[in-house]
Write a protein that binds this ligand. Structure first.
Ligand SMILES: Nc1ncnc2c1ncn2[C@@H]1O[C@H](COP(=O)(O)OP(=O)(O)OP(=O)(O)O)[C@@H](O)[C@H]1O
Length: 389
């Protein structure tokens, strides 16, 4: 399949300060890519270069295989088959909803009949019935954003750009709109680049997520790949792996998915994201663990067991049998409860490993401070990264 949008070595500097390092990726027809990253990492700049609102400092942008920016060639925004939805809606305050929606169509040579048909379809799709004669000031935030989306779709662009379209809405409305938008974009199947700093939004909307960090792509992958195999501790942190622990790593150089780690005086198993060029046995590393993937054992037999690696069938009665496969490995670590914090549905237990490192876990019961617990977590979810020195 030919990409609808291709970026090749696109870079951008403002006053000699690099904001985007040369980056390349393709957006396929009908695909939705979310650009995820913290404030200031260059997300909006990237979107604006694609839209033609900002010129790149280097590299090329291609739409449907044809350059729109390359060397001295630069196609202005209005000549690109692209439309954008902005964070602050950017509606014309003096125009009605209908006039706002039709605004982009004035350049297109379409009949009045076709225009009315398109506006009618969008009015249905975005649930704007009864609002067409209102001005933006007479609409709620969610309704204003739906008008912004309808306006962007009216010209039937090949590519839709969305720059944090939900970030001005309150939390409840944002969640509702997120699900609504995910359904809508799925239905439209229009190639979309969607900027957000909200992981849940990216998960709901994206076919693939592009993680941008300091103007460079850290990882571009499907949501489940990003969650299951975060390429760096940084991406892991973004995915909610909030436990970052120091460990000694013994990578298995023929099979990265079967590496050993020494953590808190125990040997455990995990997945090494990248194998080192040369033997890294015994090197310092980092382990990232998601609090949700840790089962806290606070009573029963496992206390007599040594910390280490166990097979699924050995721990099935403690870890629950769903999603467990025979032969799958689990790590068990002894720990002591440092603090128990009530969070409504569950308790957050902050526990101390034998080497003094702290781990955050979630548990359905309270555990007394100073009490002994076992932490059981799958090797599959134990992410190992070698420290770059
Ligand atoms: N016109 C400009 N002149 C100088 N610096 C700029 C300009 N536009 C953006 N920058 C800088 O480029 C960097 C990236 O900005 P950008 O708006 O692309 O980030 P972002 O990831 O979209 O952030 P946010 O999530 O806060 O909107 C920031 O450090 C910003 O200050």
């Amino acid at each position: 399949m030919n990409a609808i949008l291709s970026l090749r070595e696109v870079s951008k500097s403002f006053d000699k300060t690099p904001v985007l390092h040369p980056l390349s990726f393709d957006l396929q027809p009908g695909e939705r890519i979310c650009i995820l990253g913290p404030s200031g990492c260059g997300k909006s700049t990237l979107l604006q270069i694609v839209a033609g609102l900002t010129q790149a400092s280097g590299g090329g942008v291609f739409i449907d295989g044809k350059p729109v920016e390359q060397g001295s060639l630069y196609v202005p925004p209005e000549k690109r088959p692209i439309n954008m939805v902005f964070q602050d809606y950017a509606l014309w305050p003096h125009m009605t909803v209908r006039q706002n929606m039709a605004y982009g169509l004035r350049r297109q040579k379409i009949s009045k009949q076709e225009m009315n048909a398109r506006l009618g379809r969008l009015q249905e799709l975005l649930r704007l019935n009864g609002l067409l004669d209102r001005r933006p000031s007479e609409l709620s935030g969610g309704q204003q954003q739906r008008v912004g989306i309808a306006r962007a779709l009216a010209t039937e662009p090949a590519i839709l750009l969305m720059d944090e379209p939900l970030s001005n809405l309150d939390i409840k409305l944002r969640t509702d709109m997120r699900n609504e938008l995910a359904a809508l974009l799925g239905q439209l199947s229009i190639a979309t680049l969607y900027v957000t700093h909200d992981m849940m939004e990216a998960f709901a909307i994206a076919d693939r997520i592009l993680v941008l960090r300091d103007g460079a792509i850290d990882q571009l992958a499907e949501p489940h790949q990003l969650f299951e195999r975060p390429a760096s501790p940084w991406v892991a942190q973004l995915m909610g792996y909030h436990n970052r622990l120091d460990a000694v790593v013994w990578p298995n150089e023929s099979n990265a998915a079967d590496s050993a780690v020494q953590l808190a005086e125990a040997n455990i198993a995990g997945i090494c994201s990248k194998l080192p060029a040369q033997s890294a046995a015994g090197k310092q590393g980092t382990i990232m663990l998601h609090p949700e993937s840790i089962t806290v054992l606070d009573e029963g037999e496992p206390f007599s067991w040594a910390s280490g690696v166990y097979l699924a069938e050995q721990v099935a009665s403690y870890a629950g049998t769903e999603a467990m496969k025979r032969g799958e490995r689990y790590n068990l670590l002894a720990a002591e409860v440092q603090q128990a914090i009530y969070e409504g549905v569950r308790w957050r237990l902050i526990v101390k490993l034998k080497d003094g490192q702290l781990v955050h876990t979630l548990h359905e019961r309270h555990c007394p401070e100073g009490g002994r617990v076992g932490l059981l977590f799958p090797a599959e979810r134990t992410m190992i990264y070698l420290k770059v020195v």
